[in-house]
Every structure is written in structure tokens, then in C-alpha cells.
Design a protein around this ligand. Structure first.
Ligand SMILES: [Zn+2]
Ligand SMILES: [Zn+2]
Length: 736
């Protein structure tokens, strides 16, 4: 091969690929995945990665030569590039975008230090050409083996000149090499603990999964909240690492991944466990990458992006809380779903993919049960009882409720729980104080000028705030439409709940947790720690409090507006609402005390709500899957969403219409109309975002791979005017 395709990261240009000539000096050793040094314009020599080879290049220009190979050990393999290529293709984006998301390019520039190393190459030191002193030096080097040259010179008390002389004579080899630091010791002094003994349903699930480890299809472990899924995972991990293979373990969030890593390190030892997510330091990331590639890590735990870390010799991939939206990257591209990438990765390694959840994604459950890969645990660990949710019909209780929001029965339960010295969680799935500001004279709702959604009053900062673009403005004195001064806030958010609860229970310690709090670094962790220690009696929060909280002293969970999650114009609204309510209900009564769960709702008969109340996933699934089938939603189709946006409303709509028209013409021409349904263009539910008008086209693909390929090809062919942006989202999380 004459040319190498290399990847560079240029300031202002971003990550790009270029062709370089391969010199004779390196043609026998150059490999994909190696870091090389290349000349780049006025910037001189810069770092690059080899990603491909070719015998010719298109275009007529002078190609420069690769200066040298920085490290002969590659950082990734061809197999790895193949995976990224597949991701690019599946998500209709280009390869470089995926590479950019997957590879820690910046790390190489910042962290790799080239240093000189020295190693002995001749064993016989009884050579007449060298002095006695030089012999001594060689003996020391032989004892130490390959060393950093600078360090060695210090230890052997010798000079660069002497070392160079020895190299010239052929006794030692001096070469440039990357020096890796090794700061990774996440949890010091951790003593290894034995694994838990499995019991009852755990044993059945474990044995069932064991029998499926050769399966090419994902395996689902559906276990109710607190059923002890983690112990089952750990037992499987033990088996896999005992067999000599490695394990990738994903959690939906950084905080959960850190908790998980801690537990893994306790069970399997620090040395073999590493963590990978977007917030670990560059130095750590760089070192973990090196250790992964060299197969020095047995268990890698991490969040979404860990699916791209180059763990070798994978024998099992586990994705816990697989229903969580956090596994999907929504912006920027690549809009990948770690579960989809993991499935592919598992196939590459011929390893099983195990998904776990108390409230699985409807599609996951559908496929797993069809493939006979479904394992269920219906009981809580140690047979702890479920807290059975009780419904408070706000049509009856609303009027008597405190400020129409906190019902009498809920107030009673809160007082009783506090009297017993136990703790309360209150879920309100909207942050802010109110949810909208409206003119009572003409009905106008104050919207964000850039995003076409209502601005939300935040009493703590005395500002109206847009929850999409974070724009803030002060409360207007007069209605911008009619000039009346009758503007007032309506609706309820977490801040208002916090205020009302403090009014009702002035002696209780009340705290609030939502993404406004999350903005302050560590505030979230500190609050949770305080809550865990019992220093907070009542915790008010958004969906965040539904996840991972395992506090045995929580015996009351109240959901203030249980139907709010269901009233979103999205085909997954019921699923999301059901998941949220079931998860939050699972926070109550995890210890020795019996828990209570109260749902306040204006819509007590809704099916998803009824099933959340009885915690009956199966029943929810059966109703939900029927409606998915009826309307051709996933898993009965694949959805591909195109969003065309522009600062000019008309231009955005026009280009969206043109694309939809062309797509329809093409599908008709190929006889696919029946299987590739194009909906729209329609204005997005959020019509304007950050100043851009948005139109969407939804494609329902009922032809699986064939349809997907057809659409990919179509999208690759069309050209979009410069003032229009097109985002392609394959399997979107929502269609808002
Ligand atoms: Zn008005
Ligand atoms: Zn906005």
C-alpha cells in the first residue's frame, strides 16, 4: 500500500481524514490504529491516527509523507473501525463523526508524552570494544530491562554520550516511545469481599441466563425493583472472568456507574476493574484506553460512551436499567443508542448481551419473549413486601387539597410518616415554580422568543426561564399582546411544591432535587448523602429521585401529579409514564418498614396508570403492544426522524416538503410505498428551538434492514441548501 489515510484533529477544522505517503522506512511496520506524526501546513508536525490504506488517491495534488510512527502498539484494531463504520451507517452519519465521538483524540494530543527508552540487545558483555565501566552499565540495564533513558542515566550515573556510544556499537537500542502514566486507582485499600449467595428466583434466573450465553439475541432479565438483579449479574461476571474473558457493564448515568464500579472493585479487586464515562479526567481516560487495548482490564464499567472503549476479549455485556433514555445520545450526532451498538459489539465478540430492568423497554420485552430469552423475577429480595400504591382521585379531593395541590390524605400520610421518624419522597415531574405565565385578559401565554414553549417562573431567581435554551427574562409588567396587567402564573413545579410543603410542615427538614440543583457542582451528591443520613425529612424532586435511591428509611412516596407524564404527544408517553411511576414506587419500603405509595391523579382510569398502580408490567405490556401494532409503532416498525430547521420559517418548511416529496416518489418507484410510510412534514411539537424553526418528517420503516438501507442511500444522495440544517435521528427517543 502506498498511502495511509490518517485522522487528525485540527483547531477550527475539527476531526478530518487526510492521505499521506508511506515511506520505505515504515512500510513494513505501519498498522491501523497507530499514532503517527505528520506534517500539516503551518502547524508543522502534528499527531494523527492511521485509519486506512490505499494504493491510489483521487485528485491531483502533492501528498506529503508520514514523518514517523509514534508508537508501534496500535490504539485500536480493524475490527474496532468496522464497528464504528457500522454505527455511522446505521445512524446515517459519517464515519469521522462517529470516530470523533468514540476515540479520545484530544487525549492523545494532551497526554501522550514521547520519551526516549533504552533496552539491552546483546547478551554478551565480554566484548573487547567496551570498557569495564560500560560493562557495568550494561549489567545494570540487563537487570532493569527496558527503561526510560533519562531515568536510567540517573540510576546508572552515566551520560547521554556514553549511552549513544553503546547504541552505536549495537549493545543497546534507544528509541522514542510513548510514556504512559498510571494514575488509575479509583478506590484505594479495597478489600475483596465474597459474592452474595443467590436465593429463590435469583438462582432460576441465573441458571436460565447461563443456558442462553451462546444466544445471538439480547437476553432480558426483568426483575421487579429490589429483586436483587445485581447479585445475578455479579455471579455471571464471576463465571465469565473465571473462563478467561472480559466483561463490559453499562449503567445509565455517571453517578450510577461510579456506584457500580465501587461495588465491582469490592468484589473483584481494584486491579481488574476500570471505569469509563465522559467525566473521568483526560489522564485517566488515556491510561484506561491503553490498559484496555493491552487486555489488562477484566471488567469495564461505565456510562453510554463506554460502549466505544476498546475492551478486548469480551465474554459478556451487561446493560442495567436498559429502559433509560440516557443510553441514547440525542445531540449532537452520532445519535447512537448504546444498546444498539452493544448488540453489534456482542455479535463481533460472539458474546451474549444481557439487558436488565424492572420496567423494560416495550420493544426489548417483545423481542426477548419472542426469542425465548426472557427471564423474570417477580419477588423482592428476601420476600420484602411491595408498597401497594393507593390512588387519590383529585376530581374528588382536589377542592379540599392545600392550594388545590396537596390532598388531605397525602397530608395525613406525611404527618404520620414524620411522627414515626421516617422519610418521605415527593415526586413532581416539573421543575420551576409554575409551569406557565398567562394573561387573564386575552389568554396569551408568555413563550420563549426562540423556542415557542412557555417560559417558566423560577421564584428562587425571580426570573422567567426557558427550559430548552435557558434564556431568562424578568416578569413582564404588561401583556405583550393586549397590554393588560393581568399576568399571572399557573401550573405547579418542584419549587412551588417545596414552598407549600414548608408551609404545611414548618418543623420538617425539606429539600428539593432537580436539574436546577444539578447545575451546582456536587450539590446533588451532597443532598443525597444528607437524605441518606436522615438529615432531610422530605425530599421533593423530579424524575431524578426515582432512580437508584436505596434508602431503607423511606416509607412514603407521594406522586403529586401522576398523570403529567402521560399527557405528552409522543407514542412512548404511556411507556415513560408507567416506567417513572413504577420506579418511584419502588423507592418506598426497601428496608424493614412497610412502605406506602400515593398517586394523586385526575385520570384514575387510564390503563398505563392502572397498571403502574398494581405494578403489573405484563398487563401494561399487553395493552401497550396492541396499540403499537395497530399504529405501526416500534417494535412493529423502525422510526427514522428527519428534522429540517432554519432561521427562516418558510425555507425550513419548503425544504422539508421537497424532501418528503422526493422520498415519496422514490418509494413509489421501487414499490415500497406500503412498507415505508412517510408522515409529514409537520411543524415539530417544539416548533422553534434556539431561534430555528423546525419541521419534521417521520418515516416508519416496516422493511427492517432493507428499508433502512434504502433510506440511508436516499439520504446520502440528497443535498441540503446551506441555510438549512438536517438532523437524522434513527430510533428517536421521542418525537417532540
Ligand atoms: Zn393579554
Ligand atoms: Zn428558549
Amino acid at each position: 500500500m502506498k498511502y495511509a489515510l490518517v485522522l487528525v484533529n485540527i483547531k477550527g477544522l475539527g476531526v478530518k481524514t487526510f492521505s499521506y505517503l508511506i515511506g520505505d522506512d515504515i512500510k513494513d511496520v505501519i498498522q491501523i490504529g497507530q499514532a503517527v506524526l505528520v506534517p500539516f501546513g503551518r502547524q508543522g508536525l502534528i499527531n494523527a491516527f492511521v485509519v486506512g490504506f490505499s494504493d491510489y488517491i483521487s485528485g491531483d495534488f502533492k501528498v506529503k509523507k508520514i514523518n514517523k510512527i509514534l508508537d508501534e502498539t496500535p490504539l485500536f484494531s480493524i475490527k474496532y473501525l468496522k464497528l464504528l463504520e457500522w454505527v455511522a451507517n446505521y445512524y446515517c452519519t459519517d464515519f469521522v463523526t462517529v470516530l470523533n465521538a468514540a476515540l479520545p483524540m484530544k487525549l492523545i494530543e494532551k497526554n501522550a508524552k514521547v520519551e526516549l527508552s533504552v533496552e539491552p540487545i546483546v547478551n554478551n558483555t565480554e566484548d573487547s570494544r567496551i570498557t569495564k565501566r560500560q560493562k557495568e552499565i550494561l549489567t545494570i540495564l540487563k537487570e532493569r530491562g527496558k527503561s526510560s533513558l533519562i531515568e536510567f542515566e540517573e540510576i546508572a550515573k552515566t551520560s547521554r554520550a556514553t549511552m549513544k556510544k553503546l547504541a552505536e556499537l549495537g549493545f543497546v537500542k534507544i528509541q522514542e516511545e510513548y510514556i504512559y502514566r498510571n494514575p488509575l486507582s479509583i478506590f484505594k485499600d479495597t478489600v475483596t469481599e465474597p459474592l452474595f449467595e443467590l436465593q429463590g428466583e435469583q438462582i432460576t434466573a441465573y441458571e436460565g441466563i447461563k443456558s442462553k450465553l451462546k444466544s445471538q439475541n439480547p437476553i432480558l432479565l426483568h426483575g421487579v425493583t429490589a429483586s436483587g438483579k445485581t447479585e445475578v449479574y455479579f455471579k455471571l461476571i464471576k463465571d465469565v472472568i473465571d473462563s478467561g474473558k472480559n466483561v463490559l457493564f453499562l449503567a445509565p448515568e455517571i453517578a450510577l456507574a461510579s456506584q457500580l464500579t465501587k461495588r465491582l472493585a469490592k468484589k473483584f479487586g481494584i486491579k481488574d476493574v476500570a471505569i469509563w464515562h465522559s467525566s473521568i479526567s483526560d489522564g485517566e481516560k488515556y491510561d484506561v484506553w491503553q490498559r484496555l487495548y493491552k487486555n489488562e482490564i477484566r471488567i469495564l464499567a461505565g456510562a453510554r460512551s463506554a460502549v466505544f472503549a476498546p475492551l478486548q476479549n469480551i465474554g459478556l455485556i451487561i446493560i442495567d436499567e436498559e429502559h433509560e433514555g440516557a443510553y441514547k445520545q440525542t445531540n449532537p450526532a452520532p445519535r447512537y443508542d448504546a444498546r444498539v451498538v452493544a448488540k453489534r459489539l456482542a455479535q463481533f465478540h460472539q458474546a451474549p448481551l444481557l439487558l436488565g430492568s424492572a420496567t423494560p423497554d416495550v420493544s426489548t420485552y417483545y423481542y426477548a419473549s419472542n426469542n425465548n430469552n426472557l427471564f423474570e423475577m417477580h419477588k423482592r429480595y428476601n420476600d420484602a413486601p411491595f408498597a401497594k400504591p393507593q390512588v387519590i382521585n383529585m376530581q374528588e379531593h382536589g377542592k379540599a387539597a392545600y392550594r388545590n395541590i396537596i390532598s388531605k390524605p397525602l397530608q395525613t400520610e406525611i404527618s404520620e410518616t414524620l411522627e414515626r421518624g421516617q422519610q418521605v419522597i415527593l415526586l413532581m415531574n416539573r421543575r420551576g415554580y409554575s409551569t406557565y405565565t398567562q394573561c387573564k385578559a386575552c389568554g396569551t401565554v408568555i413563550e420563549c422568543p426562540d423556542c415557542s414553549i412557555p417560559m417558566i417562573w423560577h421564584s428562587s431567581i425571580k426570573q422567567l426561564k426557558c427550559h430548552y435554551c435557558n434564556k431568562e427574562m424578568s416578569f413582564p409588567e404588561f401583556c405583550p399582546q393586549c397590554g393588560s396587567d393581568a399576568l399571572s402564573t399557573s401550573g405547579v413545579g418542584t419549587q412551588k411544591i417545596e414552598v407549600l410543603i414548608k408551609e404545611l410542615f414548618p418543623d420538617a427538614q425539606v429539600a428539593r432535587i432537580d436539574s436546577d440543583i444539578l447545575m451546582k457542582k456536587n450539590a446533588h451528591i451532597e443532598l443525597l448523602a444528607k437524605f441518606q443520613k436522615g438529615e432531610i425529612d422530605i425530599l421533593v424532586g423530579t424524575q431524578m429521585i426515582a432512580k437508584g435511591l436505596d434508602n431503607p428509611n423511606v416509607t412514603l412516596v407521594g406522586v403529586l401529579s401522576a398523570d403529567s407524564g402521560f399527557n405528552v404527544p409522543d407514542y412512548r408517553a404511556s411507556e415513560r409514564g408507567f416506567q417513572l411511576l413504577t420506579q418511584v414506587a419502588g423507592r418506598a419500603g426497601r428496608g424493614d418498614f412497610k412502605g406506602k405509595v400515593l398517586f394523586q391523579t385526575y385520570n384514575p382510569d387510564y390503563y398505563a396508570f392502572q397498571n403502574a398502580k398494581t405494578q403489573n408490567y405484563k398487563k401494561f405490556f399487553e395493552t401497550e403492544i396492541k396499540s403499537r401494532e395497530e399504529f405501526d409503532y416500534p417494535p412493529f416498525s423502525q422510526i427514522i426522524r428527519l428534522i429540517l430547521s432554519s432561521e427562516n420559517n418558510y425555507r425550513a418548511e419548503k425544504s422539508a416538503m421537497e424532501i418528503a416529496l422526493r422520498l415519496n416518489t422514490m418509494t413509489e418507484k421501487f414499490g415500497f410505498s406500503e412498507y415505508l410510510e412517510t408522515l409529514g412534514p409537520t411543524p415539530c411539537v417544539i416548533e422553534k428551538l434556539n431561534g430555528f424553526y423546525r419541521f419534521q418528517i417521520l418515516i416508519k420503516n416496516k422493511l427492517s434492514q432493507k428499508g433502512h438501507d434504502f433510506i440511508t442511500k436516499f439520504l446520502n444522495k440528497i443535498t441540503i441548501p446551506k441555510d438549512i440544517r438536517m438532523a437524522v435521528d434513527v430510533d428517536p427517543l421521542d418525537i417532540l
